[in-house]
Write a protein that binds this ligand. Structure first.
Ligand code: KG4
Ligand code: ZN
Length: 340
């Protein structure tokens, strides 16, 4: 029988300091997330310098908590997995330096993990039967990717955004309508009170590339709508605007995923990333997948947002493949999907 593998995952790419212990890539033994949202809210968005400082303060307590919640010490851990990109360089460096120090001191292997691949692996944490190949829509604050996970650690990129990421569009529109930061959950809540058909916003597409996304035209259309209303002295119905904007984003995402599943004969679609906790996105995807005979998987919202359990899961599959990082592991802020 194979020995159980316990991975300590560490994540600090943006505004969450997180650590988790995951058994055999699937079973979450602990998952600790220290969010900095309250601090960044004061500035209307993530301030990179402050994020790094907060990570430095929080990283040791968060790791200690993750080990203790799992009922473990470093001696019980098989390997340390850490996000080394993409993300904010100063923030990433905190996690990378910490992981190196821990792994070196405890004589453990070190595995550098691509944050975006971690998001995809969040789906393995609770869907024990899920195995690649499948199609995945990874939708976060900085990225929007439609990929095929062909095997563990093997990705084919079908499309990505040419301008704003979907989460970025949520955040910018939320700011423009006075909902503040972080925009995604606030637009989601506001949209529940509105009519998604009230305003017809454009569904952006890129000429000649079926699976790429564009959200900057939609964002401009919302800003124009707000300006026009202001010039005419009209009050904007914020719930209707939120619902109509959200419907346009969700439509762009879902239609491409279904189109790709049909073209490539994929019978499973998974979603991942912060925007995957959007209620309209989850419901629409579920409905469309059912209508097309496709199995649909999504992580619980706590595993959609940045967390270290997903990093430990991705780290497990890399570890199983024999992938190890050297003591010279560095942060790569613009690390591409599928790259290492
Ligand atoms: O994956 P994530 O936690 O961090 C990055 O790696 O970027 O994603 C954060 C993004 C933010 O843009 C946030 O507004 C968005 O996910 N988000 C949502 C929702 N919850 C978070 N967007 C739409 N609806 C939500 N419920
Ligand atoms: Zn993320």
């Amino acid at each position: 029988m194979e020995k159980d593998v316990y991975i300590l995952g560490i994540e600090s790419s943006c505004d969450e300091t997180a650590a988790a212990v995951v058994k055999n890539g699937r079973e979450v033994l602990s998952n600790v997330i220290s969010s900095q949202i309250a601090m960044h809210t004061l500035y209307g968005g993530v301030v990179p310098e402050l994020a790094s400082r907060k990570h430095i303060e929080n990283i040791n307590p968060v790791i200690t908590q993750a080990l203790s919640d799992a009922g473990m010490t470093l001696q019980d851990i098989t390997a340390v997995a850490v996000t080394y990109g993409p993300g904010l360089v100063g923030a990433l460096l905190v996690g990378v330096a910490e992981a190196k120090a821990l792994a070196y001191a405890a004589h453990l292997p070190l595995v550098g993990v691509n944050h975006m691949e971690g998001h995809v692996c969040a789906n393995f944490l609770e869907n024990t039967e899920l195995e690649p190949p499948f199609l995945c829509l990874v939708v976060s604050g900085g990225h929007t990717h439609l990929v095929r996970m062909k095997d563990y650690g093997e990705f084919e990129i079908l499309g990505c955004t040419h301008d704003d990421a979907a989460g970025e569009a949520f955040d910018k529109v939320a700011r423009a309508v006075g909902l503040g930061y972080p925009g995604g959950p606030k637009i989601d809540a506001e949209a529940r009170k509105g009519n998604p058909q009230a305003i017809s916003f454009p569904r952006g597409h890129i000429e000649g590339s079926r699976y790429d996304f564009s959200f900057s035209g939609l964002k401009s259309a919302v800003l124009n709508y707000l300006n026009q209303a202001e010039m005419k002295g009209e009050t904007v119905n914020r719930p209707d605007l939120a619902a109509s904007f959200q419907a346009a984003v969700v439509d762009s995402l879902v239609s491409r995923a279904i189109m790709a599943a049909e073209e490539f004969g994929e019978d499973k679609i998974v979603i991942a990333g912060g925007v995957a906790s959007n209620s309209c996105f989850r419901e629409t995807m579920e409905r469309e997948c059912r209508a097309h005979g496709i199995k649909f998987y999504r992580p619980r919202p706590i595993f959609c947002t940045d967390n270290a359990a997903m990093i430990a899961s991705a780290g497990y599959y890399d570890y199983r493949k024999g992938i190890r990082s050297g003591w010279d592991l560095n942060a790569i802020p613009n690390l591409k999907f599928g790259e290492r």
